[in-house]
Design a protein around this ligand. Sequence first.
Ligand code: NCD
Length: 304
Amino acid sequence: MKHLLGLEGMSATALTRLLDVAETYKGVGVGDQPKRDDLKGKVVVNLFYEPSTRTRMSFGLAARRLGADVLDFSPSGSSTAKGESFIDTAKNIEAMGIDIVVVRHSSPGAPHMLAKYLHPHVRVINAGDGAHEHPTQALLDIFTIRQRLQRIDGLTVGLIGDIMHSRVARSNIHGLTTLGAKVIVCGPTTLVPSEVERWGVEVAHRLDDVLPRCDVLNLLRVQFERQRSGLFPSIREYRLLFGVDSDRMRKTKPNVLILAPGPINRGVEISPEVADGPRSAILDQVTNGLAVRMAVLSELSTST
Ligand code: NCD
C-alpha cells in the first residue's frame, strides 16, 4: 500500500492486515512503554485545511511515538491567506524534504491530487476530504468494534444521522461491508443520498424500527457546515426522531455498542447519559486511533 486515500476497493485481506498490525501498536509510547523508531529520520506533515481536534493530534502523537519529526500546517496564519494555492503550498513544504503528508481538505479528491503531483517517494494519507472518505476514522471504528465484540463478519451496524455529508459514513460503509457486516443507514430522507443503496447497504428512515436489530450504533453528527439550507428541519425535531437517549436505549439489544466519531453534539444526536454511559466506546475510539494511525504510518513508510 503506497498511499491511504480511502477504504473503497480495499480488500478484506488488506483491511484485516491493517487491523492486526494496529493491535501490535496498542500502548506504544504510553507511560513506561517505550516509543518505537519505525519513522526515525522521517518527516510527517499534517496539512489540515479544515478544523480538527482528534484526527490532527492523533496523527501528530502517533508519528512522534514512532520517532518522526512532525510539521503542522493550518491555513490561517500561513501564506494561504496571501493567495498561495493548495498545490504550491504542498510543493513548497515538499521541498523541505518530507516523507508522509496527512491531509484534510474540504474538496473531495484533494489527497488524490497530492498523490499525483508530489514526488513519488512521498506517501499521502487522507484525513478527510470533503464528504468523500475518512479512512483512518473508519479503521479505528472497525478496530474498536472488533476489540469489543470480537468480530465484524455477521454483525449489523447502524450508521445514524447525516449520511449525505459524512465521509465517516462512506469509509465505514466500504470497510464494514467488505469485512462481512450488514450496514443499515438511517437518517432524515433529506440527509440520506439515493446512491447509498448501490453500496450494498439497507436504507431506513425510522430509527425506532432499526434499534432492535443493531449490534453497533455509530451516531454521526449533523454537519451543518456542509449543508445547503432547507435539508434540516430543527434541532428539536431531529432529536425527537433520530437522537439516541436513555428511552431509545431501552429499545436496543442489551449489549449494543455506541460509537461516535466526535465531535459529539450532546443533546442532538446523542444524550449525555448515553455518551457517558456503559455502552459507549467513544473514548476507546480515540485511544484506538493512535494504534491505528501508527500502523498506517509505519506500513506506508516501509512500502515500495
Ligand atoms: C469527523 C470528520 O471530521 O469527518 N470527525 C473526526 O474526524 N473525528 C466527523 C465530524 O466532523 O462530525
